[in-house]
Ligand binder design. Structure first.
Ligand SMILES: Cc1cc2nc3c(=O)[nH]c(=O)nc-3n(C[C@H](O)[C@H](O)[C@H](O)COP(=O)(O)OP(=O)(O)OC[C@H]3O[C@@H](n4cnc5c(N)ncnc54)[C@H](O)[C@@H]3O)c2cc1C
Ligand code: FES
Length: 1016
C-alpha cells in the first residue's frame, strides 16, 4: 500500500475485506484510520504513476481531456477503479454513472469524464474478467455500445478534417512502454492480510480517545455498560460530521462493524430481519434479490425502500453507512425513517444486561435527534413485515438535485385495503413525512380520516383538506421555502393516491383507473444516460497546431502526483493557523478573551490588529477593509484575529476557545434594505444613456409599457481546493516567501508587503497550480495569506493555513446578487423601443471589485437586442455580508439574465414565443450600442439561424407542446437564448495580456494555473 496524503485530494480510496474480497470506494475524510485495520487500502497513487505507467482508467481520463484543475480527478479515478474491481463483468453505462454520483467536478464538466470511462462499459475490455480478447490487443476499435469491433469511433488525423464529432477512446489494455498487460500488473490482495485473523481491537488515540472494535455482541454490551457515554460507530458518516464540523468530542468509540449479530440479513415467513450494522449498499443488494425472488404483493415495502436508496447519497457513503446509524441519528430529513414508520417496521433494542424489547418504528423517534433508547441500550435489528394483498407502500423524496442531495421533504405512505363486493375500503393507513418537523412526522388526522373510507375521489379531496391541518409549517420554519414544502406534502399524497389507484386498476380491482394524462403524475423518474457531442473543426498544421493537446499536467493529476499548496512539504518548525471570525453581522467588539485558549494543547499565540507591523488597511482597488477587525465587525466571518499552534487541529481547537464579546449594531441584510436607506458605496453610481427614454415613453410610440423587478441570487464559487498558504521568512525576517493557492500572486504579494511594511521586492509569492478558482481566489484569497504572514513575520517561523470548506465558504464572498427594476416600452409587433433600468448589486462589506462588476452588468443589459432608447443606472450596495467578488462572467451573466426576463415578459404580454421577440430585436451591423461602440461584423442573426436549424428547434418545440398536452402533471420546456459577451475590464489594470511577435513566431503568454477561467 502506498499512501501519501489523506486529504480531500485523495478523498476517494478503496478498501477490501480480506474474507470476501469486496472492493469499496469510500470517502477518506470520513474514514478513521482505525476503521480500516486489517484491510487493503488503495489510494490513487497506488494504481499507477506518471513515471512508470498509468492505469488504464488514468490513461483514458487524461487522453479524453477529463481533468482541468485536477483536484477532483483522483476521486473520479478511484470511484471508477472500485467499480471495475468489484464487477464480475464489464459494468453497464448506468452503473458507471451511478458510481460517480458522489463525485463532484467544478471545472472540467462531466462529458469528457464520462466519455473517458464509458469505454470500460460493455466493451470487450476483459482485464477485470480475466478473458482477454485478441481483438483488443490488435488495437481494433471496440464499439462502446455493442462491445464489438467497428469503425464508428476511429479517430483520423488527416491534415484537414472537418466536423469531428465527439471522439471515442479505446480502453487501454497494455502498457505502451513494455507491452505488459495491465491485468498482470493489477494490485493483488496482500497475502499477509489473507493470513491475518480478524481481531478485536482496543486502541488509544489522540487526546486519550479510545477505539474499540469488539467481535461479539456480548463484548459490545460489556463495553457499553463500562462506558456509559461511549459512542457506537459504523460508517462514521454522521459521527464524522459531528466531530469535524460541530466540534463534538467523543472519548470512547465502539466500532460495531464486525459484530455478526448486528450484521444479520435474513428472511422468514413474517418478513425481513436487518441487523443494525448492515451497510446500505448490502441492504440494497439484498432487497434487489428479495424483490426478484418473492411475489409482488409481499414486497411493496422492499420496493419502496430500494427505490429510496437509489437517491440516498452516493455509493461512497452507502458503502460504509449503516441502517442503524441512519435510524439512531434520527435526522428530521432521514430518507428511510418515514418509510420504516409507514411500513410498520419494528425495532429490536437490547440492553447491556441482554434484555431485548421491541418498539414499533412509529414510536421510536421522540424529538429532534432523540430516540427511544436508554443510555444502556443499543439498536439490535429492524424487522420489516411483508406487505399483504391489497397493501401498498410508496416512497417520496424531493431535493434540489435528484442524486446525492438531502431532502427538502420526503415521505413514506402505506395503505391497506379491504376488497369487498367490488368496493375497496381503507382498513389501515400510515402517512409519514420527513423535512417538515423536528422529527419524522405522522399525519395522524389524515390517517384517521382515511380509515373506513371508500377508495375514491371523495377520499382524495377530503384527505388533501385534512392534510393542511396535519402539516403546519410556520412562516419562519427552519429550512424556509414554506409554501413549496407545504405543496410538496399535498402533491406526495396525490401521487400516492394515483399510484395505488393505478395498481388496483392494473390488477382489475378498480374499473376506473387514471386517464392517459393523469398517468404523468406517477411515472417513475428516469434519467437517460448522459450524452454530449462536441462538433468542431480539426485543421491540423505541422506537428501541433490544430490538435487537441492533452493537458500538460494531466498525467500528474490522474495519478494524484500534482502538487497543490497544501501538499508542499512544511519546514520542521512550521506552525499552523486558524482564523478568529466574527459571529455577528454588525457589532462593536467589546472584548477578546484568550485565557481559555492559552491552556489549549500546542497553543502559541493569538495575533490581531495591534500585531500588524505595517498597515491594517487592505483592498484591491481602495483600501477600505481591515486585515483584522479593530473595533467594529461588519459581517459574519470577518477576520478578527489569527491563532497559531503546533498542529492544524490544535490551532482549530484553540481558536474555538477564544471568547469575543460584542455589542450588536443594526445590520443591512439585503439589497432592498440598502436601497431603502441609500447605503451605496461613494462614487460608484453610474448612468448610461442612448436616445431619449422619457421622450419615447411620452411620445405614444410604444403600444405597451410594462414594468417589473428581477432578483438574481448570488452563488458560491465552490472551487474544490479550499484556500491554503504556507508562509515563511527568509534572511532573519528581511524577506518573506509564500506558496499560496491564489489566482492573483501579485495581489497577494502586494497585500503581504503592505501589512508587513516591506517593499514589494522583499515579498515572493509562488503559485504552482490551484484546484479551481473561478474568480473566488482573485482578490478574496490574498487577505488569508496576509493574515498568516503577520505571525510568521512576528515569530520568524513558517506558518501554514488551510481553510476548512465551511470556513472558506463563510468568509470568501460569492457571485454578486443583483436587483434589476425595469420599465420597458414596445410595439404590438414586439419591437422594443425603450428601456429604463436600475441595477443594484450586493457588494457586501467592502468595495472589492464590485464597481467593475456592476459596470459589466450595465454593459450587458442589452444582451443582443437593439433598443433605440436606453437609460441604465447602477449603484453598488453596501450590506453586512462578506465582500462579494469576481466570478466567471464578472457581472455579464446577471445583466443578460435581467434582459432576458423582460424579453420573456414581453412575449407573455403579446402571447408570442420569446424567440419571436428575440429575433425581431437582434442587433445587426452598424448598430450603436448604449456605450457608444458601433457593431461590426455582427454574426448574431446568422448564428441564430444556423443553430436553430441544426438543433431542429421548431420541431423540438412542437414535440414539447405535444408532450405537455398529453401529460397533465409532468411538463417539459425548451428555450433558445442568445448571449453576447464583451471582454476586458473597466478596471483597466486587470486587462493584461502579453505577446511577443518575432519574425515568424508568436509566443502567447497566459497565466493558466488551473483557476478555470478557461484558458485551453
Ligand atoms: C455525503 C453524505 C450524504 C448523505 N446522504 C444522506 C441521504 O441522502 N439521506 C439520508 O437519510 N442520510 C444521508 N446522510 C446521513 C448518513 O449517511 C446516514 O444517516 C447514515 O446512514 C449513517 O450511518 P453511519 O453508519 O455512517 O452512522 P455513524 O456515523 O457511524 O453513526 C450515527 C449515529 O448512530 C448511532 N448508532 C449507530 N448504530 C447504533 C446502534 N446499533 N445502536 C445505537 N446507536 C447506534 C451512533 O452512535 C451515532 O450516534 C448522508 C451523509 C453524508 C456524509
Ligand atoms: S478538474 Fe474537476 S474540479 Fe477541477
Amino acid at each position: 500500500m502506498k499512501h501519501r496524503n489523506f486529504h480531500l485530494l485523495d478523498c476517494k480510496l478503496i478498501f477490501s475485506y480480506y474474507d470476501l474480497y469486496r472492493h469499496y470506494a469510500i470517502n477518506a475524510c470520513l474514514a478513521p484510520l482505525y476503521s480500516v485495520e486489517g484491510m487493503h487500502v488503495i489510494t490513487v497513487e497506488g494504481i499507477g504513476d506518471s513515471g512508470r505507467s498509468l492505469h488504464p482508467i488514468q490513461e483514458s481520463l487524461s487522453q479524453a481531456h477529463g481533468s482541468q484543475c485536477g483536484f477532483c480527478t483522483p476521486g473520479f479515478v478511484m470511484s471508477m477503479y472500485a467499480l471495475l474491481r468489484s464487477c464480475n463483468e464489464p459494468p453497464s453505462e448506468e452503473k458507471i454513472e451511478e458510481c460517480l454520483a458522489g463525485n463532484l467536478c467544478r471545472c472540467t464538466g462531466y462529458r469528457p469524464i464520462l466519455d473517458a470511462f464509458r469505454v470500460f462499459a460493455k466493451t470487450d475490455d476483459l482485464i477485470y474478467t480475466k478473458t482477454m480478447s485478441e481483438n483488443n490487443l490488435s488495437g481494433d476499435f471496440i464499439c462502446p455500445s455493442t462491445g464489438k469491433p467497428c469503425d464508428c469511433g476511429k479517430g483520423t488525423t488527416n491534415s484537414t478534417e472537418t466536423s469531428t464529432r465527439g471522439k471515442q477512446y479505446n480502453p487501454f489494455l497494455y502498457n505502451k512502454i513494455d507491452g505488459s498487460l495491465y491485468s498482470e500488473r493489477e494490485l493483488i490482495f496482500p497475502p499477509e492480510l489473507l493470513l491475518k485473523k480478524v481481531m478485536s481491537l482496543s486502541l488509544h488515540g489522540f487526546e486519550g480517545i479510545k477505539w474499540y472494535r469488539p467481535l461479539r455482541l456480548q463484548q459490545v454490551l460489556d463495553l457499553k455498560s463500562l462506558y456509559r457515554d461511549a459512542k457506537l460507530v459504523i460508517g462514521n458518516t454522521e459521527v464524522g460530521i459531528e466531530t469535524k464540523f460541530k466540534n463534538l468530542q467523543y472519548k470512547v468509540l465502539i466500532s460495531v462493524t464486525h459484530v455478526p449479530e448486528l450484521n444479520i440479513l435474513s428472511l422468514n415467513e413474517k418478513g425481513l430481519e436487518i441487523g443494525a450494522s448492515v451497510r446500505l449498499i448490502e441492504l440494497q443488494k439484498f432487497l434487489r434479490k428479495v424483490i426478484t425472488d418473492y411475489p409482488d404483493d409481499k414486497t411493496s415495502s422492499c420496493k419502496a425502500i430500494l427505490e429510496q436508496l437509489k437517491w440516498f447519497a452516493g455509493n461512497q457513503i452507502k458503502n460504509v453507512a449503516s441502517v442503524g446509524g441512519n435510524i439512531c441519528t434520527a435526522s428530521p430529513i432521514s430518507d428511510l425513517n418515514p418509510l420504516w414508520m409507514a411500513a410498520g417496521a419494528i425495532f429490536q433494542v437490547i440492553s447491556c444486561k441482554g434484555n431485548v424489547r421491541t418498539i414499533p418504528a412509529k414510536d421510536f423517534f421522540l424529538s429532534y435527534r432523540k430516540v427511544n433508547l436508554t443510555y444502556d441500550e443499543i439498536l439490535l435489528s429492524i424487522f420489516l413485515p411483508w406487505t399483504r394483498h391489497f397493501e401498498f407502500v410508496k416512497e417520496f423524496k424531493q431535493a434540489h438535485r435528484r442524486e446525492d442531495d438531502i431532502a427538502l421533504v420526503n415521505a413514506g405512505m402505506r395503505v391497506f385495503l379491504k376488497h369487498d363486493h367490488g368496493t375497496l375500503e381503507v382498513l389501515d393507513a400510515s402517512i409519514v413525512y420527513g423535512g417538515i418537523a423536528p422529527v419524522s412526522l405522522t399525519a395522524t388526522m389524515t390517517e384517521n380520516y382515511l380509515i373506513g373510507k371508500k377508495w375514491d375521489d371523495i377520499l382524495l379531496q377530503g384527505a388533501l383538506k385534512i392534510l393542511q391541518e396535519d402539516i403546519v409549517l410556520t412562516e419562519n420554519a427552519p429550512g424556509g421555502m414554506v409554501e413549496f414544502r407545504k405543496s410538496l406534502s399535498s402533491s406526495f399524497f396525490f401521487k400516492f393516491f394515483s399510484f395505488v389507484t393505478n395498481e388496483l386498476n392494473h390488477k382489475g380491482f378498480l374499473i376506473e383507473g387514471l386517464n392517459a394524462t393523469g398517468l404523468s403524475a406517477i411515472q417513475p423518474n428516469y434519467r437517460p444516460l448522459t450524452r454530449g457531442i462536441q462538433c468542431y473543426e480539426l485543421t491540423r498544421h505541422g506537428t501541433s497546431v490544430g490538435l487537441p493537446a492533452m493537458h500538460l499536467s494531466s498525467k500528474l493529476q490522474v495519478t494524484g502526483e500534482a502538487e497543490y499548496a497544501d501538499d508542499v512539504p512544511t519546514p520542521p518548525n512550521t506552525l499552523h493557523a486558524a482564523l478568529i471570525l466574527s459571529r455577528k453581522p454588525h457589532a462593536r467588539i467589546l472584548s477578546i478573551d484568550d485565557s481559555l485558549a492559552k491552556s489549549s494543547p500546542g497553543f502559541i499565540g493569538l495575533f490581531g490588529h495591534r500585531d500588524v507591523p505595517g498597515s491594517n488597511k487592505i483592498g484591491p482597488i481602495i483600501h477600505d477593509e481591515e486585515l483584522f477587525a479593530s473595533e467594529i465587525v461588519t459581517c459574519v466571518g470577518q477576520v478578527i484575529g489569527i491563532v497559531v499552534a503546533d498542529t492544524h487541529d490544535n490551532a482549530k481547537i484553540a481558536s474555538n476557545k477564544i471568547v469575543v464579546e460584542y455589542e450588536e449594531l443594526p445590520a443591512i441584510l439585503s439589497i432592498r434594505e440598502a436601497v431603502k436607506s441609500c447605503n451605496f458605496f461613494p462614487n460608484t453610481g453610474r448612468c448610461l444613456t442612448k436616445g431619449d427614454v422619457e421622450l419615447c415613453f411620452k411620445s405614444g410610440a410604444c403600444d405597451k409599457v410594462i414594468d417589473g423587478e428581477v432578483q438574481v441570487g448570488g452563488q458560491e464559487h465552490f472551487y474544490l481546493e479550499p484556500n491554503s498558504s504556507l508562509v515563511w521568512t527568509v534572511d532573519g525576517g528581511n524577506e518573506i516567501h509564500m506558496v499560496s493557492s491564489t489566482q492573483a500572486p501579485q495581489k497577494t504579494q502586494d497585500y503581504v508587503a503592505r501589512v508587513l511594511g516591506l517593499p514589494l521586492a522583499k515579498v515572493v509569492c509562488k503559485t504552482k497550480r490551484i484546484g479551481g478558482g473561478f474568480g473566488g481566489k482573485e482578490t478574496r484569497s490574498a487577505f488569508i495569506t496576509a493574515a498568516a504572514s503577520v505571525p510568521s513575520y512576528v515569530l520568524r517561523r513558517p506558518i501554514k493555513i488551510t481553510l476548512d470548506r465551511d470556513v472558506d465558504m463563510m468568509i470568501t464572498g460569492q457571485r454578486h446578487s443583483f436587483l434589476g427594476k425595469y420599465k420597458v416600452g414596445f410595439t404590438n409587433a414586439g419591437e422594443v423601443l425603450a428601456i429604463d433600468l436600475q441595477l443594484y448589486n450586493n457588494a457586501g462589506n467592502s468595495l472589492d471589485l464590485s464597481a467593475a462588476v456592476l459596470e459589466r452588468a450595465m454593459f450587458h443589459s442589452d444582451n443582443v437586442y437593439n433598443i433605440p432608447n436606453m437609460r441604465i443606472t447602477g449603484d453598488v450596495c453596501y450590506t453586512n455580508f462578506p465582500s462579494n467578488t469576481a466570478f466567471r462572467g464578472f457581472g455579464g451573466p446577471q445583466g443578460m439574465l435581467i434582459a432576458e426576463n423582460w424579453i420573456q415578459r414581453i412575449a407573455m404580454e403579446l402571447q408570442k414565443s420569446p424567440e419571436e421577440i428575440r429575433e425581431l430585436n437582434f442587433q445587426n451591423d452598424g448598430c450603436m450600442l448604449h456605450y457608444g461602440q458601433v457593431l461590426q461584423s455582427s454574426t448574431v442573426s446568422q448564428l441564430w439561424d444556423q443553430l436553430k436549424q441544426s438543433c431542429s428547434f421548431v420541431r423540438t418545440r412542437e414535440n414539447v407542446n405535444m408532450f405537455n398536452l398529453h401529460n397533465r402533471w409532468r411538463k417539459r420546456g425548451v428555450a433558445m437564448v442568445p448571449t453576447k459577451f464583451g471582454i476586458s475590464f473597466t478596471t483597466k489594470f486587470m486587462n493584461q495580456v502579453m505577446d511577443f511577435l518575432f519574425s515568424f513566431q508568436i509566443i502567447i503568454c497566459s497565466f493558466p494555473c488551473e483557476s478555470n477561467l478557461c484558458i485551453k
